[in-house]
Design a protein around this ligand. Structure first.
Ligand SMILES: Cc1cc2nc3c(=O)[nH]c(=O)nc-3n(C[C@H](O)[C@H](O)[C@H](O)COP(=O)(O)O)c2cc1C
Length: 177
């Protein structure tokens, strides 16, 4: 039990955004196992207000990539997980957004646990209506939350990136009462 929980803690602490991928397929079962991690995320009233489009088709990937300054990363990733808030399932804006955050982080941790790499792309939100058009989604039902670009890590390129993603010291943001 002890060792399992410390494995989980090191997994959480060692996750980093990965932006360099090699062209290698990730099989559908692996992608489903990753989504399964999100499935167990908490949500207010257990509303589970998420919807995911898994994009691997090069044409659809290109269409999405054109809507972001991070399009190069999105195109090089094997899959783009396009995450929407299902507004019909949601019931409280803040809580729905919190559920999507929990869902997204669970996916990122699942991806990391599988030894794959990913980055959360939020910048594409500037074109959220255009993303709806790609999927022919009604804007009143689904609202784009983010894209997770996911793939097999290009270790050669990533290892050159030595810069640490620094974190604030805990004492800077905690108070004991
Ligand atoms: C809401 C949100 C939006 C983000 N948007 C982008 C983005 O558009 N492009 C990108 O390269 N990284 C994006 N990131 C990743 C952050 O840059 C990254 O998580 C942060 O720099 C810490 O680095 P780490 O994930 O490697 O620990 C986003 C992360 C979050 C949580």
């Amino acid at each position: 039990m002890e060792s399992k929980s410390s494995d989980l803690i090191s997994l959480i602490k060692s996750r980093r955004s990965r932006r360099n991928f090699i062209f290698q397929k990730v099989d559908n079962n692996t992608i489903k196992e990753i989504i399964e991690c999100g499935r167990w995320a908490p949500s207010g009233n257990n509303t589970q207000p998420w919807k995911v489009c898994i994009v691997t088709h090069p044409t659809v990937k290109r269409m999405l990539a054109e809507l972001s300054d991070y399009g190069g990363i999105m195109e090089s990733a094997y899959a783009n997980l396009v995450i929407f808030l299902d507004k019909e399932r949601g019931y409280d804006r803040v809580k729905d957004l919190q559920a999507i955050g929990a869902f997204t982080q669970s996916l990122l941790l699942g991806i990391h646990a599988k030894g794959l790499g990913a980055v959360w792309i939020g910048e594409i939100l500037k074109n959220k209506e255009k993303v709806d058009e790609i999927f022919k989604f009604p804007t009143e039902k689904y609202e784009l939350m983010c894209v997770i670009a996911l793939g097999v890590i290009d270790e050669a390129l990533e290892s050159k990136k030595v810069e640490e993603r620094e974190r604030r010291e805990i004492d800077e943001f905690i108070d004991w009462f």
